[in-house]
Design a protein around this ligand. Structure first.
Ligand code: UD1
Length: 379
């Protein structure tokens, strides 16, 4: 059997790492081997957004890099499809495995299906019900086309059944990102906290950040960072409320840096001694900061899941989520607050009083990648 798996953007690297390891383990125990090629579309290309993840998570360098780079959604998807079609025509795999919900996921699943190649989607069935999110479009199209839908939780199974997906295509395997978290937790904890801050600093005026007493934040969703009004009110909240009493540690996504400079919000952040801006940081570094933080303020879906397993209270700066299993009302740690500052403030002050309590949803147990491979082989 020949599998091509696809990665494009930062969260994909974290999800593919255990899948590749499970193939290697399978091949060392079986005489009939799984042939595997890794294709990187090149959507994320900076060393800090891409190469560092391959190195720290021991992912072999991609066999093929399509070099797609930045661009509008149509440009990224179009360029990926043209380049990936050429790869498929030469390599003729039995399966294309896509993960997550980024542009690479959509582009490569469509291209494969048009060449009658089977598609497996790892992390299928997540729905925010918000078609203004580019990722939701990517999820809908990919799941509609996939032959095998490997889902992280029971709520996602229900989403797919409601959309009319045949039951025998859906397999509940658990959350593959948590395989990576459990495998790398010890390495993360061995890192020196102060070094993480100083090594990655864009601006930090105070190296004396107290463990378990600082706020970790990340932001990159277009709904937050591309709107001047929304980004302005979030920054205002950071400057005028949180930073009065607490330190904020903020590894900044390139998209957000661009927007903060464009809206002239950058200088005030850099000058604030309680706000510590960092370059995008590595996987182990972020995990260390998450474990050591008091609470997380984010619009990242992946961080919502990681907070659930670590137990960090998570204020989610979105009005919906494709990962409802992480919400407090479903037994998780995350609260949706949208862009509404009074609500953010109320939930933030409430969350400061919560003590960390790790949660483990069913099958978020570190064995998801092995289950994924088994489902593909037995298909
Ligand atoms: C993408 C994914 C999103 C994921 C996020 C994680 C889609 C539709 N979105 O969003 O689901 O949560 O990645 O990071 O696929 N840039 C760099 N260096 C890089 C990569 C990007 O400077 O290595 C800049 C580009 O100039 C670009 C901007 O960041 O304009 C945004 O990058 P893009 O890949 O378009 O989307 P993300 O916002 O990263």
């Amino acid at each position: 059997m020949k599998i091509i798996s696809v990665v494009g953007a930062r969260p994909n690297f974290i999800k593919i790492s255990p899948f590749i390891k499970s193939i290697n383990k399978y091949n060392s125990n079986n005489t009939i081997k799984v042939e595997h090629l890794l294709v990187h579309t090149g959507q994320h290309y900076d060393d800090r957004m891409s190469k560092s993840f391959f190195e720290s998570l021991n992912i072999p360098y991609a066999d093929i890099n399509l070099g797609i780079g930045s661009g509008s959604h149509a440009e990224q998807v179009g360029r990926t499809m043209i380049a990936f079609e050429k790869v498929l025509l030469v390599e003729k795999p039995d399966w294309v495995v896509v993960v997550g919900d980024v542009n690479a996921t959509l582009a490569c699943s469509v291209t494969a299906k048009k060449l009658h190649i089977k598609v497996c989607h790892i992390e299928a069935g997540l729905r925010s019900q918000d078609n203004l999110m580019p990722e939701e479009i990517n999820r809908l199209v990919t799941d509609r086309l996939s032959d095998l839908l490997l889902v992280p939780d029971e709520l996602s199974v229900q989403n797919l059944l409601k959309e009319g997906v045949e039951k025998n295509k859906i397999k509940f395997v658990g959350n593959i990102m948590i395989d990576t978290l459990l495998e790398n937790k010890k390495t993360s904890l061995n890192l020196n906290f102060n070094e993480i801050i100083s090594k990655n600093s864009i601006s930090t005026n105070n190296e004396n950040i107290k463990k378990n007493n600082f706020i970790l934040t990340t932001l990159h969703r277009p709904s937050n960072v591309d709107s001047k009004k929304n980004l302005n009110s979030i920054v205002d909240f950071f400057l005028n409320e949180i930073s009065i009493l607490k330190d904020i540690v903020w590894p900044i996504h390139p998209r957000t840096v661009k927007q903060l400079k464009l809206f002239q919000l950058w200088d005030a952040l850099v000058e604030n001694p309680k706000i510590h801006l960092l370059h995008p940081i590595g996987y182990h570094e972020l995990l260390n900061l998450n474990i050591n933080s008091k609470l997380v303020l984010t619009d990242s879906g992946g961080l919502q899941e990681e907070c659930t397993v670590i137990g960090t209270p998570c204020i989610t700066l979105r009005s919906n989520t494709e990962r409802p299993i992480t919400l407090v009302e479903n037994g998780g740690v995350s609260v949706l607050v949208g862009n509404d500052i009074p609500k953010i403030s109320k939930e933030y002050n409430k969350a400061l009083k919560i003590t960390k309590k790790p949660i483990q949803p069913k099958y978020w147990d570190g064995k998801t990648a092995e289950r994924c491979l088994k489902k593909i082989i037995n298909f």
